[in-house]
Every structure is written in structure tokens, then in C-alpha cells.
Design a binder for this molecule. Structure first.
Ligand SMILES: [Fe+2]
Ligand SMILES: [Fe+2]
Length: 290
């Protein structure tokens, strides 16, 4: 599958971290940091690149695009790696845009999983935290940033106005396609999210890779952790069934660990490694197919 995008269209952001920084601006940690502080942190030049990122994401993530990407990547014929090789591989995505505040990818994963562990959650939940962003290796397969990170949303039906920068969906061909631009589009009311084609990104990808290995609660966390218009705005209740609602309690539980576990000191990778070696060995085979 060929990407016919220019370098600027492939990589509008200096680093994929900029999307997550922007999510923090939208959903600051309650009571701790004001929106203002985050606004100051994300300067206006960054806000422009983030805006361009959403423009590209909302323009090109159509139902067909998501379906095709999914088909392409779910062949899992790109690379076979151990989790540790995948983590090292992901870590080659270095964020050099802001050396003072940025952590590498491994540090983000460990901060997330360690915060989960410290709260005494079951070990599969800790493992889920440790794995949740491994799907970002898509970037290293040459994928556009807006097809790896960014808020995810249902395709094949009307785009909610509660999705960030929803005005950019005017450029998405699906918004003019009568099959896809009604409230339910190609879906039945409360059909269940498993029947819904989400926009393509690192969430769906890592979910599919981990599907045989961890409990369903963890799978929901992986699959929907960037679906902010639902877990924060409840914009798609009309597509969810009772089971989705039950499982989204776990997505909600996970989200603060992803967003708010960024402490300024890096985790001690050497010290933590033996625990994670055991945890990975308990749930996963020696290698996984990407
Ligand atoms: Fe993520
Ligand atoms: Fe994350």
C-alpha cells in the first residue's frame, strides 16, 4: 500500500509527543494544574503544528482508509520481535523537540505501568500499561503521524461535534457521502463498538496484537485509550451496547495513568527490568508478530 503524501503531510508534528501534550491541554489533571499552565507550556507555534496535524487526520481518516490500513497491518507480516526488541525499536523514535520536558517512549510506558503497579492493581493491568503505546511502532514503518496517533473516532457514521477540531471533518469525503454522514451511518443503534470501524492508529494495532494474551478489560484499555470523544465526552453512547459501557469503566480507570503519570524524574530502567521480564514472560510468547 503506497502513501502518496508529502513529507510535510506525513509528519506535521516535530514529534508525535505533541499530540499527547495537546490532549493534556484539553484534559488537564483535575485540581493540580490549571488549563492556563498547560497553555503556557504548549506554545503557539506548537499549537499551529498540532492544528495542522488534526486537519490532516480529520481530512484523510475515512472509513475506507481505516479499513484498508487495518487489513494491511493485520497481516502482521512487517516484523517479528520480542517485546524488548519492540520497546527498543519504539525507543528509536526520539523526541528531540523539547529536551527539558520530554521522556523517551520507554520512560512513558514505565511511568504509566509503575503508577498502575503502585496503586495495587492486578498484574495484567500493569502489563497493559507497559504495552499500551507499543503500537506506535507504526511510525517506524513509514506511516503518517496522523495515522498512528491522535484521538480516534468511529468512521462510517456522522462525526461528532465533540471531537477536537471537528470543523476539519468538512474536508473528509465521508462527511459528504450519504452512506456515512447520518447519525448511525452504516451501523445499527447500540450495535456495539466491536462492530464499529474506528479510525486507524496505534490503539487498534496493539489491541489486535495483544488480543490472545490479556483479559478483555485490558484489551478495551488498549483499543480505546485515545477515543476521547467517548470516554471524556460520551459522544457515541448511541453505538455502544451494555457490555461496552461495563468495559469502559476500565478504559476510564486507565486514562489518568496514561495522561497524568508524567513525573519529571525518569524511572530507573535497570532496576525495574527484572520485574517486567517476569511479567512479560508470564503473559506473552517469546516473540510477537507486528
Ligand atoms: Fe497511546
Ligand atoms: Fe500513552
Amino acid at each position: 500500500m503506497e502513501n502518496n503524501f508529502s513529507e510535510k503531510e506525513l509528519n506535521p508534528l516535530a514529534s508525535i509527543e505533541e499530540w499527547e501534550d495537546d490532549v493534556l491541554v484539553r484534559y488537564p489533571e483535575p485540581f493540580e494544574k490549571s488549563k492556563e499552565e498547560y497553555r503556557n507550556y504548549v506554545d503557539s507555534a506548537r499549537q499551529d503544528t498540532v492544528k495542522e496535524f488534526y486537519r490532516l487526520n480529520h481530512t484523510f481518516q475515512t472509513y475506507e482508509f481505516a479499513k484498508n490500513k487495518q487489513e494491511h497491518f493485520l497481516k502482521f507480516d512487517k516484523k517479528e520481535m520480542s517485546i524488548w526488541d519492540a520497546v527498543d525499536f519504539l525507543n528509536t523514535l526520539i523526541d528531540d523537540s523539547d529536551p527539558d520536558t520530554s521522556m523517551d517512549q520507554l520512560q512513558h510506558l514505565l511511568q504509566t505501568s509503575e503508577a498502575i503497579r503502585q496503586d495495587g492493581h492486578p498484574d495484567w493491568f500493569v502489563l497493559t500499561g507497559f504495552m499500551h503505546d507499543l503500537g506506535k511502532v507504526l511510525c517506524l514503518f513509514g506511516e503518517p503521524q496522523w495515522a498512528v496517533v491522535g484521538d480516534t473516532f468511529p468512521t462510517g457514521c456522522k462525526h461528532s461535534e465533540k471531537i477536537v477540531y471537528s470543523e476539519f471533518f468538512a474536508e473528509n469525503p465521508d462527511s459528504r457521502d450519504p452512506r456515512y454522514n447520518t447519525k448511525y451511518g452504516i451501523y445499527e443503534p447500540n450495535c456495539g463498538l466491536d462492530n464499529v470501524q474506528m479510525s486507524w492508529g496505534h490503539d487498534e494495532y496493539i489491541y489486535r496484537i495483544m488480543k490472545p494474551y490479556i483479559p478483555e478489560e485490558g484489551l478495551y484499555m488498549l483499543r480505546y485509550h485515545s477515543f476521547y470523544s467517548q470516554h471524556r465526552e460520551h459522544a457515541y453512547d448511541h453505538l455502544m451496547n451494555a457490555h461496552d459501557h461495563e468495559m469502559f469503566k476500565w478504559v476510564d480507570k486507565f486514562n489518568p495513568y496514561d495522561l497524568y503519570s508524567k513525573v519529571p524524574y525518569p524511572p530507573n530502567v535497570q532496576e525495574l527490568r527484572p520485574y517486567y521480564e517476569d511479567l512479560v514472560a508470564k503473559y506473552l510468547p517469546a516473540t510477537l508478530k507486528f
